[in-house]
Structure formats: C-alpha cells, structure tokens
Design a protein around this ligand. Structure first.
Ligand code: TRP
Length: 327
C-alpha cells in the first residue's frame, strides 16, 4: 500500500523552543517512518510579516533546519526543503487566488488576531490577507493527506479544504482534502504562563545552556498561595507542574502529592525540573554543534529536498493547467 503523505511547514523564526518541540515536531518525528514526509521552511510566509526587514529570514531558516535535523528529522526519509525553492507553489497560489472568495479570508480568525497582536507591523497587505491561500498551495502542490499542526492552524486547514473542494467543483476532481493531526501537548506555557513564544520573550530555547535553563525555570511563577515551605501547594495552578506533566508524566502522582503535602519546596522542585529539561536537551545540543561545523552539508540536504519535490510539483502544475484549460 502506498504511504500517506504527511506535510508540515515551519516559519523560519530562528532557533526553536520547547513550544515548537512539544507542539508539532515530536509528532512529526514519531510518525516519520510510517509516512512519506514533506517538511519545509516557509520563507515566503515569513515575508508576509517581515517584508520591511527580511534580512534575517535566510539565516533563521538555516538555524531552523539545523535544529530539525539535530532533533531527529531524518533527511534520508523526509523531504526537507525551502518553500521558495519550489516556484510551482507560487503559480498554484495564483490559480487558487482566482477562485478564493475574499470573505473566506477576511473572516479567518488568525487574520484579525495577528493584525492586533503585531500592531507595530502594517499587515493590511494583499500578501498577508492571502496567507491561507499560500498555505493551501503548500499542501495541495503535493496533494498531502495528513497535516500535523497546532490548534491555531485549524482555520487555515479548513480554508485549504474549502479551496480544494471549490477547485474540484469548478474544474473536475483533482485535489484531496487534507486532514489535521493534532499534537497531544499542544500548549506549552512560557516562563510567564502565557503561550510559549519567541515574541513574548518567555521561551526556553532548545539551544539554551544549563545556567540559562536553570535561571528561566527559577523565574517561573508557582502557586501564589504558597508562601511558606509548610503551606500545601496547588499544582493545578502551577506552571512548573504543567512542565512536569510534559516531562515526567509517568510519575506525575508522586510529584503532585509531594507538592500538595508540602514535602518539597518550590525552589527545589524547580531545580529538579531544570535538570530534567536540560538533560533532555543535551543530546540535541551536541548534535547541533556537530552540524554547525559544516554548513555545506545543510545546503546539500536542502538541495536534495528541492530536487525531490520539484518533480512532483511540476506534475501538479501541468495537471492543474490542463484542468483549467490554459495548458
Ligand atoms: N502557517 C503555519 C504556521 O504558522 C506554517 C505553514 C505554512 C504550514 N504552510 C504550511 C503548516 C503548510 C502546515 C502546512 O505555523
């Protein structure tokens, strides 16, 4: 039986943090062998918000690729590539934009939310409005089946399916409707309890050294009602406990009880967590150092991915032109 196609894109925002790891990448790595994988860095999507100052996009992209390989994405079995290396995606985006009604894009919740969040940037551009059309093109260019994403991306996936349906209705069946693969630990809190995000300044990066991890964990807010060591704790409101659930779920009862019964102080509990997190990053960090030594290897991997996907993208574009009748 032919393997299903699993595809996901990453915004090249620089070094990855724990939010990325537990939100999406882990999913991808775990299912790597079962599927045909398409894993790519979306530099055009990055441009939709960074168009005024795009100079970091390329170096961020390389940093991101190094992180992914160091984490265990295997370029031998995964197509690892750069969105801008596949111009067929842009051509497909053009055709799809012809058939996408504006209201679908205007009512997309991420459109308004992001404009509000990123107030400093002028995002009333055509490119930003059509972000979901470009994402649909990323997916449909290879007719991918499974899309591992975080919850925030679900509206985009819905639009992708709507566009695919509309294309099929207008020009005859061609695209399949992709399905999401939601990750289990979707929401990783940052050091301030909000969602972990580089732009909030609350992230623990995969490349942080032990001292930095210790300091970041130390700064996290625990149970505000727990003032003295003898006060019983309330793990359900504690940020540290959320991390324990991600990292030490198999002994979570013991961790919960030692807090509720005030058997351990927050300082010690945090120090232990910092060590657990850092230990989980050690292997990754030494692999990363190794990879950084010779960037030509990274460029070769991206080139290989480009060759592999280009052939497929080319076929899709030829079929699409034929379907529309401008071949
Ligand atoms: N929009 C996604 C994000 O911000 C990135 C992305 C672009 C993507 N194209 C994609 C994800 C295609 C999955 C499939 O995270």
């Amino acid at each position: 039986m032919e393997k299903k196609k699993m595809l996901t894109g990453f915004r090249p925002t620089g070094k990855l943090h724990l939010g990325h790891l537990h939100g999406n990448i882990k999913n991808m790595i775990e299912h790597q062998k079962e599927h045909e994988n398409y894993f790519f860095l979306v530099d055009w999507h990055a441009l939709s918000t960074e168009y005024k100052d795009p100079k970091n996009i390329k170096s961020n992209l390389i940093d991101c690729v190094i992180d992914l390989i160091a984490l265990g994405i295997d370029p031998e079995i995964t197509h690892l590539y750069r969105q801008s290396d596949i111009p067929e995606i842009a051509e497909l985006c053009l055709y799809l934009s012809m058939i996408t009604p504006l209201p679908w894009l205007e009512r997309c919740p991420t459109y308004k939310e992001q404009q509000k969040e990123l107030k400093a940037k002028d995002l009333s551009t055509l490119g930003f409005l059509s972000y979901p059309v470009l994402m649909a093109s990323d997916i449909l260019i290879v007719n991918a089946d499974i899309i591992p994403v975080g919850e925030d991306q679900l509206p985009h996936l819905e639009i992708t399916r709507e566009i695919a349906r509309r294309f099929n209705y207008l020009y005859g069946d061609y695209f399949i409707e992709p399905q999401e693969l939601l990750s289990q630990a979707t929401r990783v809190p940052g050091t301030d309890g909000r969602k972990m995000s580089k732009s909030y300044g609350n992230a623990i990066f995969l490349s942080d050294d032990y001292e930095t991890v210790k300091e970041k964990v130390r700064s996290m807010i625990t149970d505000p009602k727990r003032i003295k060591l003898k006060d019983p704790g309330h793990p359900e409101v504690c940020n540290i406990f959320t991390f324990y659930k991600i990292y030490e779920n198999e002994r979570i009862e013991e961790i919960e009880n030692r807090c509720r019964n005030a058997e351990i102080g927050c300082t010690k509990c945090k120090a232990e967590l910092a060590e657990i997190i850092y230990n989980s990053l050690k292997v990754f960090q030494s692999k990363r150092k190794e990879l950084e030594k010779d960037l030509s290897v990274i460029y070769k991997i991206l080139d290989k991915g480009k060759q592999e996907v280009k052939a497929e993208a080319d076929k899709t574009i030829k079929d699409v032109r034929k379907k529309i009748g401008i071949d």
